[in-house]
Structures are given as C-alpha cells and as structure tokens.
Design a binder for this molecule. Structure first.
Ligand code: HEC
Ligand code: HEC
Length: 505
C-alpha cells in the first residue's frame, strides 16, 4: 500500500467522454471442443510457440514466451516428474492464462470421467480419504476451482521453523471432512489446517517478485534479503506468502501438488525458474472492442515483457497506461468499438480516481493510513501493468473473514481465539471466524488472520472464478463484492466500466 503522495507511481491523466453501457461478462464459452483442443497434458512433448492465442470468456488471451518457443520434451514444467502423473502445466494451463478456470476443470472431468491426474486425491479432492470416483468428493474443485492446501499446525515459517501461534483454532464447520479427518485433519499424525484456494497464474512473475521500496512502507522495516540471490523478497507470492522466492514455491509445489519424493535437481530448478520468468500473459482482443493493442493502446503481453515493473516517481497513482490511446476517438473504429474503448478508458480513470472509504481492512487501515482512509482501487493495486502491490500486499479485504466473506456453506469455517498476551485482530477482536486464515497460517499472528496476498490482474477473462477462495464467479461479481464491502455507491455505468477494464487486462 502506498501511503504518502510522494510514494505513488506516476500516472497519466485521462480525459474521457461518451456514455455507453454494455455488458462484457458474456456467457462463458464452455464448449467441450474448445477445451479439449486447448488442454495441455503432461508429457505431451509439444513445442510451445513463442506466442499463443486462446479464446476466453470475453475475447482472446495471449501467452508470450519472451525468449522464444519452448521445447517442452523433458522440460520439468511440462513433464510428469512426480508420483501422481501431474506436471506443473496441469494446473497452470496456457489457454487459461497460466492458471485454471472452473470451466476447464469441469470439461476435464467430463472428458476423462474424473480420471485426469488433475483430480488426484491429495489436493484435487475435498479430502484424500473420500471415495475418489464420486464427483461430490471433488465438489470444491468442480464448483469453485479450488485445490486443497494443507498447512501445518502449529504454523511454520517459510524457513520451516515452527512458529508459536498467537491463537487457538477450532473447526466450526467441516463440509470437506478433511479438517476433522483422523489422518489428514487438525488432530491427525501431522496436524494440518486444510484451506481451499485458486491456482495463481504462473506469468508476469517479474512483477510479482519485484518491489517498490527496500523497506516495507507499512511498518518501516527493511525487506529481508535472499542470501542466494542477494535480492530482497517482494512478499507477494502465494495467498499466504508461505514461500518467499520462486525456488521455495517450486519446492513446495513439487512435494505437495506433484507428490514428488526427493529434492529436484539443480538443472530442473533452473529450467523451471527460467521458464517462469519469461512467460507473460494478457488479454489481447475483446469480442466487441477488437484488438486491445489497436489505435495507440498497448494491450497484450508484449508491453509487459518489455516494461519495467513498479517505476515509482511523481505524485500520482498508476493507471493502466496501456489504454491511454483510447481516450481519443479513432475514426476508423466501428461505433461498438468506440463505445467499448471509451468505457475501458473511463474504467481506467475510475480505478485510479474514484475514491471511497476503505474501512477495517487489516494490513492497511491498521497501519499508518488511518481508519477509514479515503482512496481508490489503485491504493492497494498500485503497481503499473499488473495491479500488484509494490509493497508486500497482504490485506484483509474480508474475502475469507466473517462478517464480510460471502456465505459459503461448502467451505470450512474456523473459529480462531486470540491469546490475551498478544495484540488482538485490529478490527475483529479476539475471536475471528474465517474460511481461510491466510497470512496468519505463515506468521501465527492474530493481526494477520484473513490477510490474503494481492495477485496479478492480467488475463483475468481467461480464469474465472476470482479471489483466492473463488467466491466471485465473474468479474462483475468482483465489483459487486467491493460495492458491498465498502458501500462505494458505484452507478450501473461505473460498475460496467470497471468490469470492462478488468476484462480487457
Ligand atoms: C494441483 C494443481 C497445481 C499444480 C500441479 C501446480 N500448481 Fe502452482 N499453484 C497451484 C495453486 C492452488 C496455487 C495457489 C496456492 C496458494 O495461494 O496458496 C499455485 C501457485 C503457484 C505460484 C504462485 C504464483 C503467485 O503469484 O503467487 C507459482 C509460481 C506456481 N504455482 C508454480 C508452480 C510450479 C513450478 C509447479 C510445478 C512444480 C506448480 N505450480 C504445480 C496449483 C498447482
Ligand atoms: C484495501 C485494499 C484493496 C482495495 C482498495 C481494492 N483491492 Fe482488489 N484486492 C485486494 C486483495 C487483498 C485481493 C486478494 C483477495 C483475495 O484473493 O481474497 C484483491 C483482489 C482483487 C481481484 C481478484 C484478482 C484475482 O485474480 O482473483 C480483482 C479483480 C480486484 N481485486 C479488483 C479491484 C477493484 C476493481 C478495486 C476497486 C473497486 C479493488 N480491487 C480495490 C485488495 C484491494
């Protein structure tokens, strides 16, 4: 989060005109044929082109391999190198913007009758102890696109060192059965808290791993340095920041998602990191608006690859400068294109300038910024081109904590009671009900309950649903969540403009 105006990223101001209203949350094109053609199986030994385009919910998403085409034969990202037949690509599919949409998951279930390694019991089912052939045992994956993430209890820091938690945890509701399971649950041999999360995109990671300051603006402390690379940790990986670097993340993915025994070789690790850091994803065309790079705009992944992340200067917020060109009308565009482009351009301005009262959001209002603080979407999503946070972006937006979380009877519900010796949660007190304690499962701190890391905002149209717990089915639902959460008072037109912007990223 950016505090004083001196810390803000430069923005270009947009003059927008024209009122147009139309919907971009178009029906999901969930045709089995398209999904089958686009699906990337582990070990398929295809060549991954330098640029690949795929149809998605509102147009086309493009995946750019900035170092040129990738030969995937024996490549560790694309090969089933664990024990369950999965590869990294199983859950990070090019056609889904290097994440995985719920439409693709359902199509895969239908086509393989639930036999794809994607549905492996370890985390592709509600709990490994359930009968695996039944769709109901995979309901969180099939309904919400969520994988089970088992976090050790008591919590462990990214170094693996156990942390003394500042709270106790009780299972209030356990629809998956896994938190009370005698083997996999909180009281099992290896006590674990099972939370359910969306795959975050493996793309644009240059932005995810970069930082705007050498200190954390929220508390003034220096960002720690990775002794292997000499670089500081951005603090922006995974919903709970349980890994500080891409290397730590890959080690975690090897042992959990791939069920691989034994450490990966250094050559495997090198190949994975090299691939991860050169792959870029963005929406490149809209079904109504046409090419997002047309008429002076810079949509699509190319600009992401060449630009530098988090250029901090001046006193303005960042904007999605990609669409600067669209503040001027293009005489060659059709009326429908002009209306769409004007709407996206207004969305850019709203994202940066439409202020509202941000209240009771731990990690933000609890720090130096006051409660409430009047600001805009760009206050938290402040990095150029990806909407990441230039500071470690763990914020309790309310997506997983009651009372703001959407009712989700199919998700687990935990009661966390904070030990009176430690500071309580700044806004929710000593007893917090949550679907996912988020960052607190890494730090053990009461103040961190329900904080979830901000994620990359490009290629969104290729990977519904949204938020770490999949609670927003569409981009319009994301906007409706913010409307409810902060009582913004957005007009119908403003909601559409913001939705159109998100669908063009
Ligand atoms: C079974 C599905 C699955 C497989 C297989 C898988 N991932 Fe993931 N990946 C996820 C999920 C779910 C998350 C988000 C977890 C969270 O936030 O706690 C994630 C997150 C990530 C992230 C973090 C991105 C960010 O912005 O924080 C990276 C990087 C990543 N995966 C790389 C890999 C690599 C490398 C492999 C192979 C070694 C792999 N994944 C295999 C499901 C999977
Ligand atoms: C108080 C900080 C804050 C503000 C203000 C904020 N966001 Fe967010 N945003 C977050 C956090 C934290 C997440 C991750 C939450 C989660 O995954 O549960 C998020 C997630 C998102 C996502 C989901 C991305 C994905 O891949 O699932 C979108 C889209 C988004 N925000 C758009 C917006 C828009 C539009 C606004 C303005 C109306 C806005 N945000 C205002 C903090 C903020």
């Amino acid at each position: 989060m950016l505090g004083s105006s001196a810390l803000r990223i430069v923005a270009s101001s947009l003059a927008v005109s024209s009122l147009a209203l139309f919907c971009t949350d178009r029906t999901i094109a969930d045709t089995a044929a398209r999904e089958a053609a686009a699906w990337w199986s582990p070990g398929s030994n295809r060549v991954f082109a330098a640029r690949a385009d795929y149809a998605d919910t509102t147009g086309t998403v493009s995946v750019l391999n900035a170092r040129g085409q990738v030969e995937t034969r024996d490549h560790p990202f694309f090969s089933p190198i664990g024990s369950n037949g999965r590869a990294c690509v199983t859950c990070h599919q090019p056609a889904d913007g290097m994440s995985l949409s719920v439409a693709t998951i359902r199509a895969r279930w239908r086509e393989t009758e639930g036999k794809d390694p994607l549905f492996a019991s370890i985390d592709g089912s509600n709990c490994p102890s359930l009968p695996q052939e039944s769709a109901s045992s995979h309901s969180l994956l099939l309904d919400r696109g969520l994988f089970r993430i088992a976090r050790p209890w008591p919590p462990r820091a990214p170094t693996g060192v156990p942390v003394t938690p500042q709270f106790s945890i009780e299972v209030v509701r356990d629809p998956s059965g896994c938190n009370l399971d005698p083997r996999f649950g909180l009281h099992g041999l290896h006590p674990a808290v099972s939370v359910f999360r969306r795959p975050r995109p493996v793309a644009n990671l240059k932005y995810v791993t970069s930082y705007g300051f050498i200190f954390e603006p929220k508390n003034g402390l220096p960002l720690p340095i990775d002794i292997q690379t000499g670089l500081r940790y951005s603090g922006n990986l995974l919903a709970d920041q349980r890994a500080r670097t891409l290397t730590e993340q890959a080690l975690d993915a090897f042992s959990s998602h791939l069920e691989r025994r034994g450490a990966p070789g250094s050559e495997e690790m090198r190949a994975i990191l090299e691939f991860e850091l050169q792959v870029y994803v963005a929406q490149s065309a809209d079904a109504i608006g046409g090419q997002l790079g047309a008429a002076g705009a810079e949509g699509g992944p190319e600009a992401l690859a060449s630009a530098k992340p988090a250029v901090l200067k001046g006193s303005d917020h960042p904007s999605w400068s990609e669409f600067d060109g669209w503040t001027h009308e293009d005489a060659t565009a059709t009326p429908a294109q002009r209306a769409y482009r004007a709407s996206v351009a207004r969305g850019v301005t709203l994202f940066r300038d439409r202020t509202f009262l941000i209240t009771d959001s731990a990690g933000l209002n609890s720090m130096n910024f006051g409660n409430p603080t009047r600001d805009s979407c760009a206050f938290c999503h402040n990095m150029t081109r990806t909407g990441m946070d230039v500071a470690p972006g763990q914020v309790d937006l309310g997506t997983t904590n009651e009372p703001f979380a959407d009712p989700a009877p199919d998700l687990p519900l935990f009661k966390l009671t904070c030990d009176p010796r430690y500071p309580a949660h700044p806004f929710l007190g000593r007893v917090v009900y949550t679907h996912d304690p988020g960052f607190a499962l890494t730090t053990g701190k009461c103040a961190d309950i329900g904080k979830i890391t901000i994620q990359d905002m490009r290629g969104l149209a290729a990977r519904p649903p949204y938020f770490s717990n999949g609670s927003a089915a569409t981009l319009r639902d994301v906007i409706e969540y913010y409307e409810r959460r902060y009582s913004i008072g957005l007009t119908e037109q403003e909601k559409q403009d913001l939705t159109n912007l998100l669908s063009a990223l």
